[in-house]
Design a protein around this ligand. Structure first.
Ligand SMILES: NC(=O)c1ccc[n+]([C@@H]2O[C@H](COP(=O)([O-])OP(=O)(O)OC[C@H]3O[C@@H](n4cnc5c(N)ncnc54)[C@H](OP(=O)(O)O)[C@@H]3O)[C@@H](O)[C@H]2O)c1
Length: 181
């Protein structure tokens, strides 16, 4: 199966916040379960700070960590020196796994760089405003089309209500993924 999609997966507050103090600023158990389901069996790219906030490789997925630190290494992860190198490693891994998507799991620096290359966004809109220091890029309606929305009440161990929202890059959008991968 050819790799066709680069998917940014993120939980985003109403004011764009995704993190505070290198951690998630909420507890949303339902969304953690969804993250696991959507990424399982796929290559997952993340920045070094996000990796350190998680603290371990993601089970059942290839964890590709982007860092400029040539000495950075940890058991069970692939370290890439650039986003381009991470995408190349992810593409090879996706082909081996027969996966049709590369998942990009943040944080703010990585989302900002990967947004122009993404074909889909898997966004959890957290229905809450929170203080934070890491933000998701603006989702430009001329580039992105909302293709699905699933509103959810807060379940047990969810701090807020939220919506799972899928966006597809508009087919007439000029930005293409081919310049890197
Ligand atoms: N809500 C969500 O869905 C979600 C998801 C993920 C993360 N987060 C949050 O986001 C925050 C972390 O985001 P962040 O922006 O601070 O950090 P980040 O994007 O996770 O990691 C930044 C690091 O990635 C490396 N990097 C970035 N661009 C690179 C490039 N082009 N080439 C090589 N290395 C590159 C650098 O590592 P070196 O310094 O080692 O060179 C940089 O310091 C945390 O609060 C986290 O909890 C939230």
């Amino acid at each position: 199966m050819p790799v066709s999609d680069i998917v940014l997966i993120a939980a985003v507050a109403e004011n764009g916040v995704i993190g505070r103090g290198n951690a998630l600023p909420w507890r949303l158990k339902s969304d953690m379960q969804r993250f696991r389901a959507l990424t399982m069996g796929k290559p997952v790219i993340m920045g070094r700070k996000t990796y350190l906030s998680i603290g371990k490789p993601l089970s059942g997925r290839t964890t590709i960590v982007v860092s400029r630190d040539r000495a950075f290494a940890a058991p069970g992860i692939v370290v890439a020196p650039s986003l381009e190198a991470a995408l190349a490693a992810a593409r090879g891994d996706a082909l081996r796994r027969n996966s049709d998507a590369i998942m990009v799991a943040g944080g703010a620096e990585i989302y900002a760089q990967a947004m122009p290359l993404a074909t889909q966004l898997a966004i959890t809109q957290v229905h809450k405003r929170v203080d934070g220091d890491a933000y998701f890029p603006a989702i430009d309606a001329t580039t992105w089309h909302e293709s699905a929305r699933d509103e959810r009440a807060a379940a047990a161990e969810d701090e807020a209500a939220f919506a799972w929202v899928a966006y597809q890059r508009r087919i007439n959008d000029k930005k293409e993924t081919s310049r890197v991968v």
